[in-house]
Design a protein around this ligand. Sequence first.
Ligand code: NAD
Length: 388
Amino acid sequence: MIIEPKIRGFICTTAHPIGCATNVQRQIDHVVVKGPIPSERKRVLVLGCSTGYGLASRIVNTFGSGADTVGVSFEKEPAETKTASAGWYNNRAFEKRAEAAGRIAVTVEGDAFSDAIKAETVAKIREHLGQIDLIVYSLASPVRTDPKTGTVYRSAIKPMNTVVTSKTLNTGTGEVSEIEVQPATDEEAEATVKVMGGEDWELWIAALSEAGVLADGFMTLNYTYLGSELTWPIYHKGTLGRAKADLDRAAGAIRAQFGEHAAHVVALKAVVTQASSAIPVVPLYGTLLLKVMDEMGIGEGCIEQIDRLFRDKLQALALDEESRVRVDDWELSETVQDEMKRRWALLSTETLESLADLGKYREEFLKLFGFGLGGVDYSADLDPRTIG
Ligand code: NAD
């Protein structure tokens, strides 16, 4: 079949096997060209390994530091007439290239929140790596089933205690409008903490520890977004921010049990991913950020951020007052934020094109699903089960 993008709201329901593989290769090339990254942590577990920041983390560790990896992600397999999820194609393309480079790359596909997938992952670690030196937690999900009680929790991306009015963007039409987001109920706020807070991270560390597969001196990282006052009302000071604050609590608890540097939260910049495109206000902020940072010559996507995390930030560990590693330093610099605020005030449907880069945002979004990549023949008749 000829595979084309089918966009429904903020999701694309198809993915291109060769395009996804090209996207994986482009990220590998970025790391390889920059040269090796010194690291003692050669056995790495990446939770949420198939797209966005997790995929970039797996690539940087494998192709920068020569690590062997086990990855976990949630995917849809392809069928004769249906494409797989982008993450499925990314996983296959990554494994193929990692194995060709002489690295072990094992992937477990299923619900990382479940006890069964934790047990399967432990078995794969025992079989292939023995123990783990680094765990990257990069899951982003709107729903989590508590493995102990079976209760299903759904996150709600809403403000706390107050109605928020903000500019927002319809990325399909390019229309900038005002939205009013009602505050979350206590129940919604608690559910968001259950889904995106630190509980599952702690359960993973406990499961790995009980199974004896955590190496002495292991480290675990979990990714957060703090952002600036432009997104605080909907993000940092809202339900998601509350869930992310729970990561700081969980990091402290893991450090108390396993040592001073056993766990750190890493603050990353806003980038276009499947998870971030679903958050109100964030795509508008993102289109603006793309243009402002590109014009200043400091634009970064997932691979650039994660490369900088491992190549620079983790080498001589500098932490903020909450023991977090900060790779959002360029985004949150005064120069960038002053320009963001100036342009934000001027944003409207009419001014969007001159102030922000919706074209690049759309391109980046399509690339997540393997569309719009150079060198790919999108007119080719392909079996969706093709591995690129
Ligand atoms: P993403 O949507 O690109 O990736 C999410 C990953 O989680 C995928 O591999 C997916 O398969 C996996 N996943 C989701 N539910 C799962 C489940 N039940 N079981 C197994 N795997 C599952 O997301 P992302 O934007 O890369 O986000 C990763 C982390 O980075 C999140 O904690 C996010 O808050 C953080 N972060 C993102 C941004 C941003 O702008 N995108 C900025 C800073 C921090």
